[in-house]
Design a protein around this ligand. Structure first.
Ligand code: GSH
Length: 199
């Protein structure tokens, strides 16, 4: 059985929990308080971070790497596109989410007021840029829910919590977010602390 070491408030861990619940397979989740990590996390992951996945002698870390492994092991529903070109493009998008959006989260959580405000504006601008996509289609890649939707959902859930305010141009993003939050697996995958982040 797979065991996921998951931060109870960690957006990267939430991505992995979402995939596990979407697949409806057998797994175990070990809740980790990221502010008071048990020592075994440093043994599992040399970077000392969650999420981390353990399955017999396989140890993985980095949410996107864990998620691609789960997707290949349990292909239904398939979350990465099957076609190599579409798959490569999806990986590029995943990379850009990290660079353009998720890289700003540490400044909001631990930076000075000025750094946090700059990070909020960068996230706002990044999300506003992609808003036109959702005026035309249901999910990030079209009609089908995919790994890109999984990857961005934890950030969209935390916008109020992080103090990111979106303007009118980004309304399609919030409508898209509601579609993601309405999925049963999304709800099941949330921890009580995450549920409390958004009213
Ligand atoms: N790039 C990593 C980021 C993981 C990450 O930043 N995890 C945070 C919690 S959200 C963590 O474990 N922080 C503890 C630490 O850095 O000591 C991923 O995608 O898995």
């Amino acid at each position: 059985m797979m065991t996921l070491y998951s931060g109870t408030t960690c957006p990267f861990s939430q991505r992995c929990r979402i995939v596990l619940f979407e697949k409806g397979m057998d797994f175990q989740i070990v809740d980790v308080d990221v502010f008071n990590k048990p020592e075994d996390i440093a043994v599992i992951n040399p970077y000392g971070k969650v999420p981390a996945l353990v399955e017999r002698d396989l140890i993985l870390y980095e949410a996107n790497i864990i998620n691609e492994y789960i997707d290949e092991r349990f292909p239904h529903p398939q979350l990465m596109p099957a076609d190599p070109v579409a798959r490569a493009r999806a990986r590029l998008f995943l990379h850009r989410f990290e660079q353009d959006l998720f890289s700003h989260i540490p400044a909001i959580e631990h930076g000075s007021d000025k750094e946090a405000d700059q990070a909020r504006l960068a996230i706002r601008d990044g999300l506003t840029q992609i808003a036109p996509i959702f005026a035309k289609q249901k999910y990030m890649l079209g009609d089908d829910y995919s790994m890109l939707d999984v990857a961005i959902a934890p950030l969209l859930w935390r916008l109020d919590h992080y103090g990111v305010k979106l303007g009118k141009e980004a309304v399609p993003v919030m409508k898209y977010a509601e579609r993601l939050f309405a999925r049963p697996a999304y709800f099941e995958a949330m921890t009580p602390s995450e549920k409390a982040m958004r009213k």
